[in-house]
Design a protein around this ligand. Structure first.
Ligand SMILES: [Mn+2]
Length: 454
């Protein structure tokens, strides 16, 4: 069925078509089930062909959206793509660490490969320290592939990783890499002559290892390029090192990933260094935000963050309760204003996880206000939605009953103001609680409705 011959034109065309179908499957269902091992290998070989001619340092034009660590959190990548846009309309740059730690490294990596195959000039992938054989052998990717496919595919992945570039230069003004700076990064020429480390052993030495592994030293009095003891490899670079490199390379700032930061992004050293981490609630337990950076054509910057996605069951329950309350409000109140509140709120509910966008301009462009954060857009948080409901119910005829419990709606208490319904809810409080409670709340509303109208 598949042509695995080494022909040129027809195979290339087929890879592109296969990529299109695979993108669709991953985006829609989060899986590559149904695609054969051969088809996956075909994508990997095609990706290798696209990456092989690239140098270690790639030039990129703005506008572009920059992503930090993803670590197999496919769902969060898809959420980001929904917010910031997809190729070919938007150009994307990824700073590495796609695999390991979380469950969907295979699908996430294939999605990015397929997007790159479809739009090679719009999707750029840098190499992170987890795209190194000895790292992803032990931190999850190998086991994931053994479970989902086979170790031969894992080996083929290593061949593709070896072709990833190590750094990118945006408009000649912003230098990007996964880890950070190095003592060996003296000037532009150090990057020009750099070659991609093809063999595993080459990943352990020279400039490459620091670009993939180094971290920022927040201690401004610390000496340059101290040994990075917490990782046991590479170095820690300081504010002075960042300033020196920026001056030497004539760049405005450095953007890197690699470190978990609570907000998903952290500006350091008078905004000359930005750390991006794009995996919210890392590994399901860190409770951090994830951020990406939008860079406009004129190098204006916007941070887009996702709040940590919370426990799905709890979130679902809370959403269901909000919808129940909203339905009750609307049912009671035919006021168009109330309906508008409902519609507006409903529109926002699926997007509850989206936190905020901030705009920021790099040092060279607004020297006078380097920390000018500005909220550009906002969606409702859960508590805001609750307030809306409270307000809406206040304007309602049944204000006495529902508004009071909307204030206290931290758990599942919905409309039980009478002692009867309260006790019934504690009785049913184990598993089917939410279902039963919803019924109770509707009955209550109906009952009150009748009383009020009579
Ligand atoms: Mn890393």
């Amino acid at each position: 069925m598949t042509t695995l011959s080494v022909g040129e034109a027809p195979v290339q065309e087929e890879a592109s078509d296969l990529a299109r179908r695979m993108i669709h499957r991953i985006m829609r269902f989060g899986t590559v089930d149904g695609f054969s091992d051969d088809q996956i290998c075909q994508i990997l070989r095609a990706a290798k062909t696209v990456l092989a001619p690239l140098p270690a340092l790639i030039p990129i034009s703005s506008p572009v959206v920059v992503f930090g660590d993803l670590h197999g959190q496919l769902g969060d990548l898809l959420r980001f793509l929904k917010v910031v846009g997809k190729p070919p309309k938007y150009q994307l740059l990824f700073l590495g660490d796609y695999v390991d730690r979380c469950k969907k490294s295979l699908e996430l990596m294939l999605l990015l490969f397929c997007m790159m195959l479809r739009y090679p000039n719009r999707v750029h992938l840098l190499r992170g320290n987890h795209e190194v054989q000895k790292v992803n052998r032990i931190y999850g990717f190998y086991e994931e592939l053994r479970r989902k496919r086979n170790s031969a595919i894992w080996t083929l992945f290593q061949e593709v990783f070896a072709e990833f570039p190590l750094c990118a230069m945006i408009q000649g003004k912003i230098l990007c890499m996964h880890g950070g700076l190095s003592e060996l990064l003296k000037n532009h020429n150090s990057l020009e002559v750099l070659t991609k480390p093809k063999k595993p052993i080459e990943c352990d030495t020279g400039l490459a290892v620091d670009l993939m592994w180094s971290d920022a030293n927040r201690d401004t009095s610390a000496p340059s390029f101290k040994f990075n003891a917490s990782r046991g490899v590479s170095v820690l670079f300081t504010k002075a090192d960042v300033e020196k490199v920026c001056e030497e390379l004539n760049v405005d700032m450095i953007i890197r990933a690699h470190e978990l930061v609570p907000d998903g992004h952290e500006f350091l050293f008078e905004n000359r260094l930005l750390t991006l981490f794009s995996a919210p609630n890392y590994c399901g337990k860190e409770n951090n935000c994830g951020s990406v950076l939008k860079i406009s054509k004129s190098l204006k910057m916007y941070i887009v963050s996702l709040k940590p996605k919370r426990n799905q069951a709890a979130l679902k329950e809370e959403r269901a309760k909000i919808l129940t309350d909203l339905n009750a409000v609307n049912f009671k109140n035919p006021d168009p204003c109330c309906r508008r509140v409902k519609r507006r709120t409903l529109e926002k509910v699926p997007e509850l996880a989206i936190d905020f966008q901030m705009s920021f301009t790099p040092p060279a462009h607004v020297v006078q206000q380097p920390k000018a954060y500005r909220k550009t857009s906002e969606s409702y948080s859960l508590s805001q939605v609750k307030n809306l409901i409270t307000e809406a119910t206040k304007a309602n005829i049944i204000s006495g009953s529902t508004s009071s419990d909307s204030k206290e709606s931290s758990s599942t208490n919905s409309a039980e103001t009478s002692p009867n319904s309260g006790s019934s809810s504690t009785q049913e409080g184990k598993t089917p609680a939410s279902v039963v409670m919803k019924k109770v709340s509707f009955e209550k509303v109906d009952e009150l409705n009748l009383k009020n109208s009579s």
